[in-house]
Design a binder for this molecule. Structure first.
Ligand code: C2E
Ligand code: CA
Ligand code: CA
Length: 668
């Protein structure tokens, strides 16, 4: 394989070689032709002079008379330097007085063929015989012509120079020009095109040759398109299509740069993990299209509030990550975050729907809360959950304490699952006693955890955590099943047939399958729905109240009863009591502790009165003394629970308690 330069060079060399061979041949031809012309000229003068002299000479003396004739010949012909006539060794007449003797034989030429230019230029003297008669006696003279050497040399060399210039140099110049043109218009552009194809460095300038220009233009066009496509792909790979914000890829990339830079400068930055509050509700009620537009609107607002160099990314459905590195102090940072939250809280007009949404934000700092992307994101996420748990629409900074809490909760989740598998949970039962006749009218199921290594864990320590991480749902079903089964056991065994009260957490209502699962459970063959009492707290009314209200009505419709636990400690809105299908009010233990004081008594008596007015049953919790019981009896409270009669007991001991109680009839 050889290049176009070499290829064309070889062709040029061949052309040049052929050209110069032809040129050389013609040059030699031309030399010879010119030589022949000169020889012809000399020969003509020689033979004419010889003829004139021979016809007009009658004796040797008269030869001298031709001096002027010869001089004229020499003068007329620039080729001839001089002429001489010799007789034997004697010069009879000459045009050049320096010629004293005839030239030696070997220097003379009498035949004119086959004489080259080179021979002509060398000292050649032309000779012709002059024959004449003196009184019929033949004599022979020799006529010599001496060519003008200088003139001939001059003539040939001038001719040579002309020839070389015309046929030798001009083509050479032309070839050089051709060569330059070739480089300029063909090989250089080709090389540029090659480099462009390889490195796409600089766009080659327009080519003068049409075909090359076509190639160049199409290359530029193709590369342009490829570059655009590559840019587009790069953009797509790094942007979130819906919001136009950075996506996780770009976030990771920019965070790595930022971390490297912050490490160099010993600077800090804040990573915000933001999650919209109740975005699912918007999606469920208004549809995904509106949900998407809301996300776009939120993205636009964040961009509005923040500055160009702040990183804003959407990393999940309604999850955003914001990285702020340009703030003077935490106060300014707080203001920025508050501005973001405030803008998001403004009413968004999506199509024609006014939509309200809020957000919770968790903040983690580099390097304090993590020196790599994973830890920063994780800890900001933890702080965000804390913001959600603290009531949403706010922000929280990450703390070590939070971290420990999260770790403990993760461990707890794992432990609860294992406890369910290995039957570490047990239900204790605390009797509910009627204050009218001191009979056992019910039993509250209270969970206990016998952990194999941590020992006995009271419900206060794991129920709230299980509510936070959602494990309460699974655990709650186990408790309900277990309590229902126990009620049926006691009934079948003839021990006692009383309702069991089961504590239900508000979180359990969030389970989408709550209603159908509950229905299945209460329809357990052999179970009487009225023998289940569910204890709920006021928090049920606050979270998703509409759904919860429906669930409560279903529970009530199925035949189970509902008790409002810890009454008086929460919102205690009378509106709930009217609109919800309640059967029982439970007076919280804190009121019983205070029964002796004026305010404590006022509360207890008010609750009892409300219950009587609304025809609700009342249970007083945490009754520990005979005095408390006497007091309750006085004010007309229906029933009580408490250590005074019995602490919550494991099944075996509860059964013993029942037997003894029926026999002895105590707790009064
Ligand atoms: P709670 O529903 O208000 O239960 C009453 C608590 O008071 C029980 O504590 C019980 O042992 C205690 N108690 C009863 N009588 C007396 C008394 O005379 N004096 C004193 N000092 N305490 C008394 P426990 O079993 O430790 O339960 C604590 C809380 O844990 C419960 O409060 C309830 O909110 C929750 N819990 C317990 N078991 C379950 C359960 O199975 N499911 C759900 N969701 N929560 C449960
Ligand atoms: Ca309870
Ligand atoms: Ca209670």
């Amino acid at each position: 394989m050889f290049g176009i330069q070499h290829f064309l060079l070889s062709i040029i060399l061949i052309i040049v070689t052929v050209f110069y061979s032809v040129f050389f041949y013609y040059f030699l031809e031309d030399q010879q032709r010119k030589t022949d012309l000169i020889l012809e000229n000399i020969r003509h003068d020689l033979s004419e002079s010889a003829y004139v002299i021979s016809t007009e000479t009658h004796n040797l003396e008269s030869i001298k008379g031709f001096t002027s004739f010869l001089n004229r010949k020499v003068a007329n012909n620039p080729l001839i330097d001089s002429m001489a006539v010799a007789y034997g060794n004697q010069i009879l007449v000459t045009t050049d007085p320096h010629i004293l003797a005839p030239p030696p034989r070997q220097l003379t030429v009498s035949r004119f063929d086959k004489i080259s230019a080179a021979q002509l230029i060398q000292q050649q003297i032309f000779e012709a015989p002059i024959r004449f008669y003196i009184q019929d006696e033949p004599h022979e003279l020799s006529l010599f012509i001496y060519p003008d050497q200088d003139y001939l040399i001059n003539y040939f060399s001038q001719h040579q120079i002309d020839f070389i210039v015309l046929f030798g140099l001009i083509p050479l110049v032309l070839f050089a020009l051709f060569w330059l043109a070739l480089r300029q218009f063909l090989t250089n552009p080709l090389e540029k095109l090659r480099q462009y194809a390889y490195y796409q460095s600089e766009i080659p300038s327009q080519c003068k040759i049409r075909e090359l220009e076509y190639v160049r233009a199409s290359m530029v066009q193709t590369f342009d398109r490829l570059e655009q496509e590559r840019d587009e792909l790069y953009r797509l790979a790094r942007t979130d299509e819906l919001s136009g914000l950075a996506n996780r890829n770009q976030l990771n990339e920019r965070l790595s740069w930022l971390i490297a830079e912050a490490a160099r400068n010993n600077s800090e930055f804040a990573l915000l993990f933001m999650d919209l509050d109740d975005f699912k509700k918007v999606n469920d009620s208004l549809g995904h299209e509106i949900g998407d537009k809301l996300l776009q609107s939120v993205a636009g607002l964040i961009q509005d509030v923040l500055r160009k160099y702040d990183i804003i990314a959407r990393v999940g459905g309604d999850e955003f990550v914001i990285v702020l590195s340009h703030y003077k102090n935490n106060l300014e940072l707080t203001h920025i975050i508050e501005r973001v939250l405030a803008r998001i809280k403004e009413v968004h007009l999506v199509d024609i729907h006014p939509v309200k949404v809020a957000a919770s934000i968790g903040v983690a700092f580099y390097p304090k809360d993590g020196n790599n992307i994973v830890n920063l994101l994780k800890n900001a996420d933890i702080a965000m959950y804390e913001a959600k748990n603290s009531g949403k629409n706010q922000f929280k900074f990450f703390t070590e304490e939070l971290h420990r809490q999260v770790l403990a909760e993760i461990e707890l989740e794992h432990d609860i699952r294992e406890a369910l598998d290995h039957e570490q949970f047990e239900l204790y039962y605390q009797p509910k006693i009627s204050i009218h006749d001191f009979k056992v009218i019910g039993a509250e199921a209270l969970i206990r955890w016998n952990h194999p290594t941590k020992g006995f864990i009271p419900p206060d320590q794991f129920i709230p955590a299980a509510e936070r991480n959602g494990m309460i749902v699974e655990l709650g079903w186990w408790i309900l099943r277990q309590a229902i089964w126990q009620q049926m056991q006691w009934k079948q065994q003839g021990i006692i047939d009383i309702p069991v009260s089961v504590n239900l957490s508000a979180v359990q209502f969030l389970d989408n399958h709550f209603d159908e699962n509950f229905k299945d459970l209460i329809h357990t063959p052999g179970f009487e729905a009225s023998k289940l009492d569910v204890e709920i707290t006021e928090s049920v009314f606050i979270e998703r109240s509409h759904n919860n209200l429906n669930s409560l009505f279903r529970i009530s419709k199925l035949g189970a009863t509902i008790s409002l636990d810890d009454f008086g400690t929460g919102y205690s809105s009378l509106a709930y009591l009217k609109s919800f299908p309640l059967n029982t009010l439970k007076i919280d233990k804190s009121f019983m502790d205070d029964y002796a004081s004026e305010t404590g008594a006022a509360f207890i008596e008010t609750i009892v009165k409300i219950a009587q007015t609304l025809k609700l049953h009342v249970v007083a919790e945490g009754v520990e003394t005979h005095e408390q019981l006497e007091y309750l009896k006085r004010i007309g409270c229906d029933s009580y629970q408490g250590y005074y009669c019995s602490a919550p007991l494991p099944v075996g001991r509860f059964e013993n308690f029942i037997r003894e109680h029926i026999a002895a009839k105590f707790c009064d």
